[in-house]
Design a binder for this molecule. Structure first.
Ligand code: PAF
Length: 279
């Protein structure tokens, strides 16, 4: 695996490649990330990964400074997955001057759910993703469904800007007890780690009720949030949305059986976890 840090080196390595499959990450790689690499390998060649902790997508009180950086272990894992190039720019490499041009996702999609609780997050994500795409010029790029709204926003960005990159969605990788793998799980104490699968349980409860024909979205969402609150969580939202545009379903949508997804974000201690389940 070639490790490159500058855009020039990256372009040299990839010149003439037309079928590049790309997996952007912020490092601290776990089995979920590695499953993205494997999926990438099925959809293109060479596989290129990036590791870059993107300051633009962190709020002032978020965990940018303490975000886990485990570069050497990450490199070892990527080597084993047969990744061809790892692009690991420093901040100066990727943002040699202040990044003043920004992508602004549309309000409907960008300001709801995660966008409501993390203002500026999706602008930071889409700005860096557009920039990384411009550096790597991938034919396909793989994103996990764990960050469901991110996946949808990136996909819409590619469509609206007519980018020549197809977005491939990878299923969420879960621990045996159901907890979705995330780099932030490492912030959990042993007691919190034992409690953490309750978020997935709450999603399953909502999904199962909807499948059984329960149509009162509001009461289901509140019941699930109350359960978590009683267990000591601080939920930001548990929300049933339409898969197509992440807007709340109308009674008509519910009656017609529109494809739905239930999304959740909640704090356990100081750690904020997100997860979702398609219904
Ligand atoms: O999902 C992530 O790890 C990040 O948001 C991404 C897509 C690598 C952009 O920084």
């Amino acid at each position: 695996m070639k490790i490159v840090t500058t855009v020039e080196e990256l372009r040299d390595q990839l010149s003439g490649q037309l079928r590049t499959a790309f997996v952007p990450t912020m490092g601290n790689l776990h089995e979920g990330h590695l499953s993205l690499m494997r999926l990438a390998r099925k959809h293109g060649d060479p596989v290129v990964a990036s590791i870059f902790v993107n300051r633009l997508q962190f709020g002032p009180n978020e965990d940018f400074e303490k975000y886990p950086r485990t570069f050497n272990a990450d490199v070892e894992k990527l080597e084993k997955e047969g990744v061809y190039v790892l692009f690991a720019p420093t901040e100066k490499d990727l943002y040699p001057e202040p990044q003043e041009f920004r992508v602004r996702p549309p309000d409907g999609l960008g300001n709801t759910l995660e966008g409501e609780f993390r203002p500026g997050f999706f602008s930071g994500v889409t700005t860096v993703v557009l920039k990384l795409f411009s550096c790597v010029q991938p034919r396909v790029a793989v994103f996990g469904k764990k960050d469901y709204q991110q996946l949808m926003i990136v996909r819409n960005m590619c469509r609206q800007f007519a980018l020549p990159t197809s977005i491939i969605a990878a299923e969420t990788w879960r621990a045996d007890d159901g907890l979705a793998l995330s780099s932030r799980n490492m912030y959990l104490s042993p007691e919190e780690r034992a409690e953490a699968p309750q978020l997935y349980q709450a999603l399953n409860f909502v999904a199962e009720e909807v499948r059984q024909g329960h149509k009162d979205v509001f009461s289901l969402e509140h019941k699930a949030m109350d359960t978590l609150t009683q267990r000591g969580w601080k939920p930001d939202y548990i929300s049933i949305r339409k898969q197509i545009d992440l807007q709340p379903p109308t009674a008509g949508d519910m009656a017609e059986g529109a494809p739905l997804v239930v999304l959740a974000a909640a704090k356990l201690g100081t750690t904020r976890l997100i997860d979702n389940l398609e219904i």
